[in-house]
Design a protein around this ligand. Structure first.
Ligand code: UD1
Length: 338
């Protein structure tokens, strides 16, 4: 199948590009390089032996996107393109709403014009809001987002539901990621945040190579066994394979299909630190600090639906993810070069 990946040079997009190529699909990448490096394209080629067609373009630019669809005629789209920093979204909400919503609307309109009826959307467990229980099931209601970034994910899920009600030919797969971590085992691709990392694993990796002095552990008084927050950390390679597995949904009934992509297991911040130290042999100094506003005590996925319907299940461990994240950080201390 010819698949267009928006944001296909990003952390999850590039790993998914590899997984789709390895599964025998043809990948076409559109990325505006806002939060990705062009050097990633060479690395995808190095790892797969295939250089995907690449367009440097903003998905919100309908004219340019139309030209790309006209030339490539993709059968399906995997839509990653979007801003994703929670803190920044609180400071710049309009920028987040404009970008994340406009890219999606432009994409859906263009898909309609070019007879493309299959979309996978990069959603997030953040749509569950502040959960009252775990594990979370796809049938659990969407909650209240704690920030504009999360709100854009909720709004885009709704847009896709409405679009599919109006267009019986459309199939939209909403993949709700839990916490993606790790890197490609080669060390060539991984998470490459600009500036100070917001997320836990890239921060730990930067402490490990001495780039940051110590880890700030946000909250040690949560109602969890060791007092630190619990999340469902999933290796990005498993997550990428989840996308490939989800393409199966296009051959079945039309409409919206929702899947959690997680491991089904919760890990606390201190457990992740310990696992990292064991996997790498590097000590991670940390300090216990106040809770971070907007954080929830605990969330992890119920993964039965993806297993049953897509035949997909995460197979890599936290230790694999720690080893791979560290390997990427050691090999790319200043991130991926252009
Ligand atoms: C966050 C976002 C979520 C987004 C996801 C991926 C919030 C509320 N949620 O998830 O919407 O989809 O990132 O980008 O921000 N922690 C520390 N020290 C750090 C960083 C994190 O102790 O330096 C702790 C956090 O308190 C949390 C856990 O580590 O308990 C995971 O944090 P993080 O990696 O930022 O992911 P989430 O907050 O779960």
């Amino acid at each position: 199948m010819k698949i267009l990946l928006t944001g296909g040079l990003g952390f999850i997009g590039s790993e998914t590009a590899i997984a789709t190529i390895e599964a025998g699909h043809q990948a076409v990448i559109v990325d505006n390089l806002y939060n990705a490096k062009i050097g990633v394209l060479d690395r995808i080629e190095k790892l797969t032996g295939v250089r995907p067609a690449f367009y440097e373009a903003d998905v919100a630019d309908k004219k340019k996107l139309g030209e790309i669809f006209d030339k490539e005629r993709p059968e399906a789209v995997i839509h990653f393109a979007g801003y994703k920093a929670v803190g920044e979204s609180v400071a710049k909400p309009l920028m987040y709403y404009r970008n994340n919503l406009m890219t999606t609307l432009s994409l859906l309109e263009t898909m309609g014009e070019y007879d493309c009826h299959n979309i996978v959307f990069s959603s997030s467990a953040t749509v569950y809001g502040t959960p009252t229980h775990a594990p979370l099931k796809e049938t659990d209601p969407r909650g209240e987002a704690t920030n504009p970034y999360g709100e854009t994910k909720i709004m885009i899920e709704r847009i896709l539901e409405d679009a599919s009600k109006a267009d019986p030919k459309l199939t939209a797969v909403l993949l709700r990621y839990f916490n993606p971590i790790g890197a490609h085992p080669s060390g060539l691709l991984g998470e490459d945040p600009r500036g100070i990392p917001n997320n836990l694993m890239p921060y730990i990796s930067q402490v490990a190579i001495g780039k940051r002095e110590y880890l700030h552990v946000y909250g040690s008084d949560y109602p969890t066994p060791d007092g630190t927050g619990i999340r469902d950390y999933i290796h990005v390679v498993d997550l990428a394979e989840g996308h490939v597995a989800s393409l199966k949904a296009f051959n079945e009934t039309k409409g919206v299909k929702i899947y959690n992509l997680g491991t089904g297991k919760g890990t606390s911040v201190l457990e992740l630190v310990k696992a990292f130290e064991e996997a790498t042999g590097v000590k991670i100094p940390y300090r216990l600090e106040d809770r971070r506003p907007g954080d929830v005590p605990e969330n992890y996925a119920d993964v039965e639906k993806a297993k049953k319907e897509l035949g997909w299940t995460a197979r890599l461990t936290i230790a694999d993810a720690c080893r791979d994240a560290y390997n990427f950080q050691v090999k790319n201390p200043e991130g991926i070069k252009d």
